[in-house]
Design a protein around this ligand. Structure first.
Ligand SMILES: *Cc1c(COP(=O)(O)O)cnc(C)c1O
Length: 433
């Protein structure tokens, strides 16, 4: 047990105490409150590269990266410079702007399934809209999602959801009417038989299947070989759509996302996080014939006052440009492998039962024997031990996601020295856990 309260966080505590009187739980997104790991959240002052600084002046190596967007490192000078120039021209037009074409073109060229795209303001919005589109295009209402997968906080998806919902162990949220989720069917991740059974019970009634092609919101869970291919086949045979929610995996597992990595092309894709480069952007896109169902090309309504705004487009464009440079994904893979390999080794050397892995700059470690194929398996992790590990790492200057059920992220700014320092911290913490 790490008992040394070496970290001075007086200012964080003051600010968070005030925040709790002002905002529910003191935060604007639940997982930030550190509820599942206990202790106080730290309040940030600034971020740069691989590091964050809290309001008490403590520095941490960051493996959250604002939940994914900071793949080039926080506050990348080229992104900041591009934003400064864009800011001079105004923050929002609410009218067409050429930057939308530029980012749309980049997304279409990058992501195999996307022939046409619509920008929105968050991943939640993208997933809400894509569900409406699945239903509008097929004329069917039912949808299949997987236990532990998170597709934002819209009503229809709050059934066995991951991320903050899993973290807090909440059941389906109050306020969601039964009617909103009555058409949402669920299956365990990596279980093709369960999906086949759903299609057999509901022939030609399912609009489509939506999933995180590599799960990050129940901890890091990659697809078993053949799983994505199997879903492609099942949906195609039934006339249903396959939708990859790549809000997290897009531009992270590979430049073209999980669909490039695993060579399985869905009909529709949602994006977010990285494409906004730290500003609020989401997107959904896919086959042209399906996308032309969206207004004003077609009858399916979806709109947004700030959608495609010039600042967000600028941050996205610059971030994708940086990612196109040679060797970026090799570097992410190499650094992240070194990190997760070292963490697993340090844990095992100290007698802990762990499993984990990475793909590119996305990683995870469970305090469980594994293998972890789905959310049920993930829940076998020793959450108490994770909490102590999390606290210990924080005390050692390493900021990990404050939940066992969230993936970790590296960036192009993380150096060998950062990884070494992280592993040294982990050896100290794990020896004493
Ligand atoms: C983060 C996330 C979302 C929700 O995106 P927000 O921008 O937080 O609304 C949806 N799907 C997946 C897979 C995510 O990781």
């Amino acid at each position: 047990m790490v008992s040394t309260q070496s970290l001075k966080t007086t200012r964080s505590e003051e600010i968070f105490a005030a925040a709790q009187t002002l905002m529910p739980g003191g935060v604007n997104s639940p997982v930030r409150a550190f509820k599942s790991v206990g202790g106080q959240p730290i309040v940030f002052d600034r971020v740069k590269g691989a590091y964050i600084w809290d309001v008490d002046g403590n520095q941490y190596i960051d493996y959250v990266g604002t939940w994914g967007p900071a793949i080039c490192g926080h506050a990348h000078p080229e992104v900041i410079q591009a934003l400064a120039a864009a800011l001079e021209k105004g923050t929002s037009f609410g009218a067409p702007c050429e930057l939308e074409n530029v980012l749309a073109d980049m997304v279409i060229n990058a992501v195999p399934s996307i022939e046409m795209v619509r920008f929105v303001n968050s991943g939640t919005e993208a997933c809400m809209a894509v569900l409406r589109l699945m239903r509008a295009f097929t004329g069917r209402d039912k949808v299949v999602k997987f236990e532990g997968c998170y597709h934002g906080h819209a009503d229809m998806f709050l059934v066995k959801a991951g991320s903050g919902v899993a973290t807090l162990g909440l059941p389906d949220s109050p306020g969601v009417p039964k009617s909103a989720t009555s058409q949402t069917l669920t299956a365990p991740f990596n279980d093709l038989e369960a999906v086949k059974a759903l299609f057999a019970e509901n022939p030609q009634e399912i609009a489509g299947v939506i999933l995180e092609p590599t799960v990050g919101n129940a901890g890091f869970i990659p697809p078993d070989p053949g799983f994505l291919e199997g879903l492609r086949e099942i949906t195609q045979e039934d006339g249903a759509l396959l939708v990859f929610d790549e809000v997290m995996t897009g531009f992270r597992l590979a430049y073209g996302g999980a669909q490039e990595k695993f060579k399985v092309t869905p009909d529709l894709t949602t994006l977010g996080k990285i494409i906004g480069g730290g500003l609020p952007v989401g997107a959904y896109g896919g086959r042209r014939d399906i996308m032309e169902t969206v207004a004003p090309a077609g009858p399916m309504y979806q709109a947004g006052t700030l959608s495609g705004n010039p600042l967000a487009m600028t941050a996205g464009i610059k971030t994708l440009e940086l990612l196109q440079r040679p060797g970026t994904y090799d570097q992410l893979e190499k650094m992240t492998q070194k990190l997760i390999g070292g963490l697993l080794e340090a844990a095992r050397e100290n007698g802990h039962t762990v499993c984990g892995g990475n793909i590119s700059g996305m990683f995870g470690m469970f305090f469980a024997a594994g293998p972890v194929h789905n959310y049920e398996d993930a829940k076998k992790s020793d959450l108490n031990k994770f909490s102590r590990y999390h606290r210990g790492m924080l005390e050692q200057g390493v900021y990990l996601a404050p939940s066992q059920f969230e993936a970790g992220f590296t960036s192009l700014a993380h150096t060998e020295a950062d990884i070494e320092k992280t592993l040294a911290a982990a050896r100290t913490v794990l020896a004493d856990l």
